[in-house]
Ligand binder design. Structure first.
Ligand code: NAP
Ligand code: ZN
Ligand code: ZN
Length: 364
C-alpha cells in the first residue's frame, strides 16, 4: 500500500470515503514519483459518476477503503517522464477509468485495454508497483502515458470532464454495434442521467433517431429541446400505455439505469433481432425474462467504458461536433451534498468538482 511503497514521495491532498457510510472527508496521501513513462497532471476538474457513489457506499461489496473516487479527470500536464514524447508541459489532458493493463495481451494490443484481464482502475485498483490506486477527487494524479488523452482546444475543461467516463461508455457500444455508420437507426436510451444525456447528444450527432426512456416526466421538455439537437421521442417507462405504443420500434437500447429495474418491458421495445446493451450496474443481478428474447431473437449484451484509442477518437469527435456535458459545478466542500443529490436523481446532468478552487496548491 502507498504508505510502504518507497517511490511514493509526492504528498497530495484529496477527498476520500473511509467507510461504507460513503461520507467524503479531506484525505492526504502519497502518490508515486513521476516515472519514465508517466505524466503528472494538476487536476482542474473531476466529474462525479454514479460509480463513485456505488464505490463510496460499497454498493457492490468490492470497495477497498479508503477510496478516493473520481475517474472523469481533466487537468494540465506539469511533469513528463523521459520516455514520454506524446505530451508536453502545459498540455490539456484527461484521465478516465483506467490506471493500468498488461499492455501485452490480445486485448491490449488491439487497444481494448478495458477488456484486459489485468485491468486496474483509476481508483480501488492495485497498480503495477502494488499500491492502491486513488482517483481524481484530488489535486494531482500520476498516470502512465497510455491512459492519458488530449482534450481538444475548443472544449471547456469542466464540461469535457464527464466525457472521460460517461462519454466513452456511451460512445463505445455505439461504435462497436455499428451505429456510427447507420444514421436513421432508432436508438433508445434508458435513464437520462450523466451517461444518458451524453448518449442523447452523441446519438443525435451521428444521425440516429433517439428515444429517451425515463422514469422522470419532468425531464421530457429539456430532453427534447436542450440536449444538442434534442431527443426525438420520450417515453415514461412507468406508463404502460406509452411503452405498449412503442413496442418493436427500436433497433438498439443503451440501458444506463443505476438501480434494480425490470428488463422485460424494455426488451419489448426492440424490433426483431434488436440489441439491448447494459451499461448501468444495479446492486443485485437483474432477472432476464426468456420470452421477449426467444420470440424476437433479441440480444442482451454488456459494455465496459472503452479502449484508449476509442476514448481519444470520442474526445476528438466531441471537439468536432462541439459536444460537452450539461454540468453543475461544485466545490470540494460540496461533494457530500452533491452525492446525496446524485443518489436522489436530482442532477442535470452531472456534478463536476472544481478541484482548482481548493485552497491548497495540491502538493504539501
Ligand atoms: P446517474 O447520473 O445517476 O443516472 C442514472 C439514471 O438512471 C437516472 O438519472 C434515472 O434516469 C435512472 N434511474 C435511477 N434510478 C432508477 C430506478 N430505480 N429505476 C429506473 N431508472 C432509474 O448515473 P450515471 O453516472 O449515468 O451512471 C449510470 C450507471 O452506469 C451506474 O450504475 C454506473 O455505475 C454505471 N456505469 C457503468 C459504466 C460502464 O462502463 N458500463 C461506466 C460508467 C457508469 P431517469 O430519471 O431518466 O429515469
Ligand atoms: Zn464512471
Ligand atoms: Zn492486457
Amino acid at each position: 500500500m502507498t504508505e510502504t511503497t518507497p517511490n511514493h514521495t509526492q504528498t497530495v491532498k484529496g477527498w476520500a470515503a473511509l467507510d461504507s457510510s460513503g461520507k467524503i472527508t479531506p484525505f492526504v496521501f502519497k502518490r508515486r514519483r513521476n516515472g519514465a513513462e508517466d505524466v503528472t497532471i494538476k487536476i482542474l476538474y473531476c466529474g462525479m459518476c454514479h460509480t463513485d457513489l456505488h464505490y463510496a457506499r460499497n454498493d457492490w461489496g468490492v470497495t477497498t477503503f479508503p477510496v478516493v473516487p473520481g475517474h472523469e479527470i481533466t487537468g494540465i500536464v506539469i511533469t513528463v517522464g523521459e520516455n514520454v514524447s506524446e505530451f508536453k508541459l502545459g498540455d490539456r489532458v484527461g484521465v478516465g477509468c483506467l490506471a493500468a493493463s498488461c499492455l501485452k495481451c490480445d486485448m491490449c494490443l488491439a487497444y481494448e485495454e478495458n477488456y484486459c484481464s489485468e485491468i486496474q482502475l483509476t481508483y480501488g485498483g492495485i497498480y503495477w508497483d502494488g499500491s492502491l490506486t486513488y482517483g481524481g477527487y484530488s489535486t494531482i494524479i500520476v498516470s502512465h502515458k497510455r491512459f492519458v488523452v488530449k482534450i481538444p482546444e475548443n472544449l471547456p475543461m469542466d464540461s469535457a470532464a464527464p466525457l472521460l467516463c460517461a462519454g466513452i461508455t456511451m460512445f463505445s457500444p455505439m461504435k462497436q454495434n455499428g451505429m456510427l455508420e447507420q444514421p436513421g437507426k432508432r436508438l433508445g436510451i434508458v435513464g437520462l442521467g450523466g451517461l444518458g444525456h451524453v448518449g442523447v447528444k452523441l446519438g443525435k450527432a451521428f444521425g440516429l433517431h433517439v428515444t429517451v426512456i425515463s422514469t422522470s416526466a419532468s425531464k421530457e421538455d429539456e430532453a427534447k429541446r436542450r440536449l444538442f439537437c434534442g431527443a426525438d421521442d420520450f417515453i415514461i417507462s412507468t406508463k404502460m400505455e406509452q411503452m405498449e405504443a412503442k413496442r418493436k420500434s427500436l433497433d438498439y437500447i443503451l440501458d444506463t439505469v443505476s438501480a434494480h429495474h425490470p428488463l422485460g418491458p424494455l426488451l419489448e421495445l426492440l424490433k426483431v433481432g434488436g440489441t439491448l446493451v447494459l451499461v448501468g450496474v444495479a446492486e443485485k443481478p437483474l432477472p432476464l425474462p426468456s420470452f421477449p428474447l426467444l420470440f424476437s431473437k433479441r440480444k442482451v449484451v454488456g459494455s465496459l467504458i472503452g479502449g484508449m484509442k476509442e476514448t481519444q477518437e470520442m474526445m476528438d469527435l466531441c471537439g468536432k461536433h462541439n459536444i460537452t456535458c450539461d454540468i453543475e459545478t461544485v466545490r470540494p466542500e460540496g461533494i457530500n451534498e452533491a452525492m446525496e443529490r446524485l443518489a436522489k436523481n436530482d442532477v442535470r446532468y452531472r456534478f463536476v468538482i472544481d478541484i482548482g478552487s481548493s485552497s491548497s496548491n495540491g502538493v504539501a
